[in-house]
Design a protein around this ligand. Structure first.
Ligand SMILES: CC(=O)N[C@H]1[C@@H](OP(=O)(O)OP(=O)(O)OC[C@H]2O[C@@H](n3ccc(=O)[nH]c3=O)[C@H](O)[C@@H]2O)O[C@H](CO)[C@@H](O)[C@@H]1O
Ligand SMILES: C=C(OP(=O)(O)O)C(=O)O
Length: 423
């Protein structure tokens, strides 16, 4: 068990480098299985989830080579349909390999996925979508078996409308449809930048995808995909976390590389608590946070699919609002159990009441350090941020959750002046 020891009332300053996006990298690593040639994926963050995803690829027979943040993959020899159960059960994105496996090899056998424990997280949309492309699916003894139906060799293009714009299901189906016979039309799909990044990677490998970044994807299947050299986009959730770190410590920071348009929802909320932004160049932003926040009058916000406010920044902004004067309300609409950080924030002195998926936060300047526990990735970063704003020392258990999704988070914070140690 790792602990983070954070001394509060820190001031931050300087520049922070934003790593490649976790959720893009994981999807693109799954997507590499669609190609049978050499693929080079650049700007892959060094994370626990990435290591686990690489285990998944290796367990299928892919050849993987690491060189810093670049990963070289050749999956020509992948023929085995059943990836390592232990790795699949630890990350959500491991399940996304079901798309390429069924499309390229006709069969997949997978354990149900893990990932952050923030709700029930079913995979019904992935499976119903695959059925619409001609797969047959059964769940036996906790494992999903999927194969090309009617004794066929290849999936067939089809139409599927998602009940909800699921990121993972959109990615699974996009990968499957790329190698299906004929045209697929997927509607009400997710528009997250990471979905578009996966589409751009597949297009670089020769896939025919139109509409990435919109709610409808039209995909013309091709026989096979070739290799590519592809660079992952910057992580908007990591960038958002550092913007909130600047706000909660009433500091100024410069962040790059970033794609500002991916951060509109978070920058708007931070502007409403008095933060100012300077776009220094195309991929660099400076945030300046005033020492005293203006009184907040009923700031109400809800998480939602992109371009709405991301659920993956909900715990972090809650830490911030717990330190701002006035009352604010956050409604979590994406995951039914993503309020696990609230009880821990309350131990630090935050005044928060929750009723189902809605938190009412009464800001206070009196957070004080104590021992708290992170039970998931973003709860971990939210508690570290709250610890930086609190008086005295906080001990945050469960730092390994943070390692799942942030590259060298404590080291980056230390370089900005935070007093944070890993025990
Ligand atoms: C590895 C990865 O990319 N993880 C991200 C991805 O997770 P993930 O792909 O799991 O999230 P989804 O977009 O699929 O989930 C959104 C909602 O849809 C529901 N749902 C999803 C699939 C399904 O088959 N049936 C179903 O009901 C989920 O329970 C949830 O309530 O998008 C989430 C929403 O932006 C982010 O929080 C995660 O960081
Ligand atoms: C929920 C998250 O990740 P995952 O889907 O991988 O569990 C996250 O990154 O906040």
């Amino acid at each position: 068990m790792w602990y983070q020891l954070v001394s509060g009332r820190s001031k931050l300053s300087g520049h922070v480098s934003i790593s490649g996006a976790k959720n893009s990298a994981l999807a693109v690593l799954a997507g590499s299985l669609c190609s049978c040639d050499d693929v080079c994926i650049r700007n892959v963050p060094s994370l626990l989830d990435v290591s686990r995803m690489l285990q998944v690829l290796k367990s299928l027979g892919a050849h993987v080579r690491h060189c810093g943040n670049d990963i070289y993959i050749n999956s020509r020899n992948v023929s085995f349909p059943e990836p390592c159960e232990e790795s699949i059960q630890k990350i959500r994105a491991g399940f996304f390999v079901i798309g390429p496996l069924v499309a390229r090899h006709g069969e997949a056998i997978l354990a149900l996925p893990g990932g952050c424990a923030i709700g029930s997280r079913p995979v019904d949309l992935h499976l119903r979508g695959l059925e619409a492309l001609g797969a047959e699916v059964e769940v036996r003894q906790g494992k999903v078996h999927a194969w090309v139906g009617n004794g066929g060799r290849k999936l067939k293009g089809g139409c599927f409308c998602m009940d909800f714009p699921s990121v993972g299901a959109t990615e699974t189906l996009m990968m499957a449809a790329c190698l299906a016979e004929g045209k697929s039309v997927l509607t009400n799909v997710a528009r997250e930048p990471e979905v578009k990044d996966l589409a751009n990677f597949l297009i670089a490998c020769g896939a025919k995808i139109e509409g990435a970044g919109t709610s409808t994807l039209v995909i013309e299947g091709v026989d096979k995909l070739h290799g590519a050299n592809y660079t992952i986009i910057p992580d908007r959730i990591e960038a958002g976390t550092f913007l909130i770190a600047a706000a909660i410590t009433r500091s100024s920071l410069t962040l790059s590389p970033i794609i500002s348009s991916h951060l509109t929802a978070v920058m708007m909320k931070l502007a409403s608590v008095g933060c100012k932004f300077n776009q220094l160049n195309a991929n660099t932003v400076q945030i300046r946070s005033s020492p005293a926040f203006p009184a907040l009058i009923n700031l109400e916000m809800a998480t939602g699919p992109y371009p709405s406010f991301p659920t993956d920044l909900q715990p972090q902004i809650m830490s911030l609002l717990a330190t701002c004067t006035g009352q604010s309300v956050i409604k979590e609409t994406m995951f039914e159990e993503r309020m696990g950080h609230v009880e821990e924030l309350k131990k630090l002195g935050a005044q928060i009441n929750i009723s189902r998926n809605t938190a009412v936060i009464q800001g206070t300047s009196d957070l004080s350090g104590t021992r708290v526990k992170a039970n998931d990735l973003r709860a971990g970063s939210a508690l570290i941020l709250a610890g930086m704003a609190a008086e005295g020392v906080s001990i945050i258990e469960g730092a390994s959750h943070v390692d799942r999704g942030y590259e060298r988070f404590d080291e980056k914070l230390r370089m900005l002046g935070a007093n944070i140690e890993r025990l």
